[in-house]
Structure formats: C-alpha cells, structure tokens
Design a protein around this ligand. Structure first.
Ligand SMILES: O=C(O)CCC(=O)C(=O)O
Ligand SMILES: [Fe+2]
Length: 310
C-alpha cells in the first residue's frame, strides 16, 4: 500500500550495523511520524512462528470459548470484585461505534490489592485455548523488547537525549488486545469507530484480510492500511504526539469490517510507565518543558472510562 511507508528495522537489531545505517533508519521513521503517523516495520526480529502462534490462539479463543467462559472473564467496574474497568473480555455491540469482541490484558501490577482502582486489577486469562496465556506472555516479551528499540530509534531520529524517553518506559504500561470482528450481521456495523490511540506506539498484528483498517490522510481521505506479510503496522499514540509537541501526529483510524469471514487482530499498545509525566521534548531550542506535562495514568483513566466501560 503506497500511502504508508515500509521501514526496514534491521540496522537496530544487527550488532554490526554502523551508526550511519541506524541514523538513516531513524530518519525514515521520523519522516513517517511527521507526515503520516503510521509506518510498516519489516525485519523487526519477532519470530514468525511466535506471531503465527499468537494469531492462532486469538482465533481459537473466538472460535471455541463458550459464552460462559467469556462471561467469567468479562470486564467489571472498578471497586467491584476483580473489577478494574479495563482488564478482561467485552462484547461491543454495533450501535454507533462498530461491533467487535475484545479481550484486554495489561502490565501486571504486583502491588495492588482488591478493590482495584481503574487499570490496576489482575489480568483475566482465558482457559481456551489452554496455552493462550503462555503464548501471549512470550509474545508480550518479544514486543516489549522491540518497542523499546523503536523508542531508541525515535530518540535518535529526533536528536533527543535517549534517557528522557528511556526513564519513562522501563515499566511501560503495555496493553495486549485481542480482537475478533465477526461476519457482518444484517443492519449493523462491524468494526471500531474513528479514534486515536492514547499511548506511545501501537504494533498491529492481524490476519491477512484486507480492506478493514482505514487511516485518515491529511487531505481527509480514509486510506486502507492492509496487512503486509511479516511486517508490523505501527502507529503513533497521543503520548508520543505530546512528547513531540504535536510534530508527530497520532493519526485517526477506524475499522470497517464488511465480510463473511471473521477477522482477528492483535494490537500491542506500548505506553509510558503508569506514573510517568509526559511533557514536550520539542522544539529542541527550548528547555524540556516539564511544567506542561500530563500524567499518563490520568490520561489512561479518562480514555478507559470513555471508551471501554459502558
Ligand atoms: O483491529 C485493528 O485493525 C485496529 C484496532 C484499533 O485501532 C484499536 O484497537 O485501537
Ligand atoms: Fe486504534
């Protein structure tokens, strides 16, 4: 797809690559972030078998989990038993925004005890299929390592002191999201409504179906961002936009799934540490403007209450 560029990430994985090669890749990412807010990442180092396993476990969950199991792991309001507004399964109906089913997992928070505050509960792992958790945790580790490297590349591309970013992602509050878009029933919209992601970067893994994910271009057209074999589709969230004072865009996107076949999609959202303050590091000729910061966890709570809990 011509609109979103494909960026070869191998210089950041190959220990023998030169600083010059790294800088070239970092500047390609920088350009995509300034102009589009989306890019495909190839040669990212995440094993093909692991990606296939993650997709197959997601598919197996939607094909085989019973309604009873889905109910047992469903998201519950914070303050109620096991509830934290955020972790677990939910079925979103097609009124307005677009129908889908979704299970959300977040970084575990060892220190919190029930009743949980928003976002700070325990992950509710499905038991269908029985190795869902094991595969997901391997996948999360791989994506966490990749995302950290991409953030290093962002710092290089921006000529920003890497430690400003690194000191705010050591315990990145990641979210693994497993989405099932069912075949379209009569008279409803299957998908996800127009939105921006609210973290730093999203890494999207989907099955090979086309024409579902649409990205809003600068001139106001919805451009398809179809899967490309062996690439992650990456996009910028609001936190990275804030870090760059809006120079990088968190681009609007939506899903419209008009098909007789179920679509499986697994976004990995890489977000700042729970307590991180995110403030502009750009423009480079002024001081890092700490006073204009936003607390990530406040952004999270607002975003979750608005988008997830119904
Ligand atoms: O399913 C997709 O292709 C994208 C999902 C998405 O945009 C989201 O969950 O934020
Ligand atoms: Fe999104």
């Amino acid at each position: 797809m011509a609109y979103v560029p494909i960026i070869d990430f191998s210089p950041f994985l190959d220990p023998s690559s030169t600083d010059e090669n790294k800088k070239k890749t970092a500047l390609e990412i920088d350009k995509a972030c300034r102009e589009i807010g989306f890019f495909y990442l190839s040669n990212h180092g995440v094993d093909e078998e692991l990606r296939a396993a993650m997709l197959s476990r997601a598919k197996s969950f939607f094909e085989n989990a019973t309604e009873e199991e889905k109910k047992s792991i469903s998201i519950k309001p914070a303050g109620t038993e096991n509830g934290d507004d955020a972790r677990g399964f939910q079925k979103v109906d097609g009124r307005g925004k677009g129908a889908h089913e979704v299970v959300d997992f977040f970084r575990p928070v060892e220190t919190s005890t029930p009743p949980y505050e928003t976002g700070l509960g325990q992950n509710l792992w499905p038991s269908t299929p029985n190795d869902f958790r094991e595969v997901s945790e391997k996948y999360i580790d791989a994506l966490f390592a990749l995302a950290t490297k991409v953030v290093q590349a962002l710092a290089l591309g921006l000529s920003v002191d890497e430690s400003i970013f690194m000191s705010r992602i050591g315990k990145a509050f990641w979210n693994l999201r497993v989405l099932g878009y069912y075949p379209k029933p009569e008279g409803s919209v299957v998908g996800i409504g127009d939105h921006t992601d609210f973290g730093i970067l999203t890494f999207l893994l989907t099955d090979p179906q086309k024409d579902s994910l649409l990205v809003l271009s600068k001139d106001g057209n919805w451009e398809p961002a179809d899967p490309i074999p062996n690439c992650f589709l990456c996009n910028i969230g609001d936190m990275l936009s804030k870090w760059t004072d809006g120079i990088y865009k968190s681009t609007r996107h939506r899903v419209l799934h008009n098909s007789d076949t179920m679509r499986i999609s697994v976004p990995f959202f890489f977000d700042p540490d729970w307590d991180a303050v995110i403030s502009p590091v750009l423009p480079l000729d002024v001081e890092h403007r700490e006073d204009e910061g936003i607390l990530y966890r406040e952004k999270f709570v607002k975003a979750i209450k608005y988008s997830v809990v119904t």
